[in-house]
Write a protein that binds this ligand. Structure first.
Ligand code: ATP
Ligand code: LTN
Length: 326
């Protein structure tokens, strides 16, 4: 089984990204041949400041290494370092109906949000994502719910190519995180935690202990005093219980029991803040260390590019031959 996933070099990773995506990636690299990439070409579909982007790309690689991806167990690379992504995306553009792209939810949402920059790349974003996935003959794509529609489109593109020109691609499947697929905002537990929101609404993975305490103590909770899981009636405390459970490995039922004699939320929140601080401490330490090792990080990327390129070149060669390019 081969696995591939990607993350854009935007914003700072938070506990939602970790519990919903990155934590699974760390487990997957133990079991399957895995490739993880920083989708820098995708990030260009909204306007970027070149100086900031340059920093953000390396930062994202450092974050991925800090959460536990390791070059001994998986391939870590930058999308634009492997030219075949852009090449195959062009080819896929010619077999993708415009109407399929126009009905994508992310395209509709982003073109509303970035009214002054509705560029062609925003529309063809999923075609590039299809190239990312299909280049590597990927079996499994672990992503959050928001990206599922793009993987469906990828499957359509693969089937269409195979039918018209002969079988060149595997048909990939999505896997979603079982629990933690949707961690909610600390300030509005009806909304998902999101890195483009106000920093008060999320806990960054590398945040200082003082800030973690402050944000958890200020998290919006519900009426009443009991620590009970009920997402409808008590969305705030339920979200905090989910986070507690995923970081401690304890079930929500046993946490309810542990805290049944509490006379308010303060004790529970304090305990959660300390749990987060100690769980995130190794990640924070690893990141600090990696920030001083740019040569190593660049070497990881060089090796990643080499490994990825080998597979990407062989697929592209086959595709070109099948299409009649000489
Ligand atoms: P943005 O705020 O810029 O939309 P984001 O926080 O939603 O960013 P992405 O970079 O789009 O994060 O997503 C990276 C991965 O994390 C994706 O697989 C996505 O599904 C997952 N993810 C994002 N937010 C959450 C969340 N609140 N809970 C669980 N998983 C999440
Ligand atoms: N669109 C994804 C990032 C991404 C990706 C991919 C994920 C780019 N290419 C290929 C899986 C497979 C996002 O915004 N989270």
């Amino acid at each position: 089984m081969r696995v591939l996933s990607g993350i854009q070099p935007t914003g700072e990773m938070h506990i939602g990204n970790y519990l919903g995506a990155a934590k699974q990636w760390v487990e997957i690299q133990e079991k399957h041949e895995s490739l993880f990439m920083v989708a820098d070409l995708h990030a260009l579909t909204v306007s970027q400041n070149p100086k900031n982007l340059r920093k953000a790309i390396l930062n994202k690689v450092i974050e991925l290494l800090s959460v536990g991806l390791t070059p001994e167990k998986c391939t870590i690379f930058i999308q634009s370092h492997v030219k075949e992504h852009a090449e195959l995306a062009w080819i896929f553009n010619t077999i993708t109906p415009l109407a399929d792209l126009q009905r994508m939810t992310q395209y509709k949402e982003k073109s509303k949000k970035h009214k002054k920059n509705i560029n062609a790349g925003l529309l063809t974003y999923p075609v590039l994502m299809a190239a990312d996935i299909l280049l590597y003959q990927t079996d499994i794509v672990p992503v959050g719910k928001d990206q599922q529609q793009h993987v469906e489109l990828t499957r359509d593109i693969a089937r269409r190519f195979n039918l018209n020109f002969g079988t060149a691609f595997k048909i990939p499947k999505t896997i979603l995180a079982k629990s933690g697929a949707k961690i909610m905002s600390l300030q509005d537990p009806k909304k998902k935690m999101s890195k483009s929101d106000n920093p008060k609404t999320y806990i960054g993975l590398f945040e200082e202990p003082k800030m973690i305490r402050k944000k958890i103590m200020a998290a919006v909770t519900d009426r009443g005093k009991q620590i009970i899981y009920n997402p409808q009636k008590k969305p705030g405390i339920s979200n905090l219980l989910t986070i507690y459970s995923l970081f401690s490995g304890k079930t929500i039922k046993s946490l309810e029991k542990d805290f049944q004699h509490e006379k308010g939320y303060a004790g529970f929140k304090k305990s959660l803040a300390e749990l987060l601080i100690s769980s995130l401490e190794p990640l924070r330490r690893k990141r600090k260390e990696l920030l001083k090792r740019e040569v190593y990080v660049r070497e990881v990327l060089k090796q990643g590019k080499k490994k990825a390129e080998l597979i990407a070149k062989s697929t592209t060669q086959d595709v070109k031959e099948k299409m009649g390019l000489i």
